[in-house]
Design a protein around this ligand. Sequence first.
Ligand code: NI
Length: 191
Amino acid sequence: MSLLKIARMGHPVLRRTADPVADPTDPAVAQLIADMVETMLDASGVGLAAPQVHVSRRIIVFQVPAARRHHDEPVGPDGVMALINPVVEPLGDRVESGIEGCLSIPELRGVVPRWAAIRYSGIGADGAPVTCEAHGFHARVVQHEVDHLDGVLYLDRMLDLRLLAFESELQYLVDEAATLAALDAAEGTSP
Ligand code: NI
């Protein structure tokens, strides 16, 4: 296993549409996933997409900590998942605002609207098909990572760049996000 270099915003690999993985059982894919998981954990991230390590292929890894998991969400015991050729569809039309960061955009956090609930599918690291319904944090991290496969960064999804801040000023965003969440709840849905 080895740590991989993370591409930062501005590198063109982050803006490309990644190619599907033709053979999910290729040992090179398993090696890449192992290295991506190690790189994500080393960088204290909760998700990483292959384009972020300069590989323009449709592979993501992510982590759903136990405390942020719904009881019926089938993730591994350590909360780490890998998905090859993932596909996301919204469940319902409810949108939630929440705070995101990105290993390719160090030190910043922003408030981003995402589908509150999704169904996703793909191929797991063991080569078996995966289908899962996810809510809240789990749904958010998958949407963020799958966006990377289409060259989309969370900044592109933001509706108000005043809700972008340095991590050291996070309390400002927490307060603003709480206000937005209250508005989301009051209005039901917002694009
Ligand atoms: Ni990211």
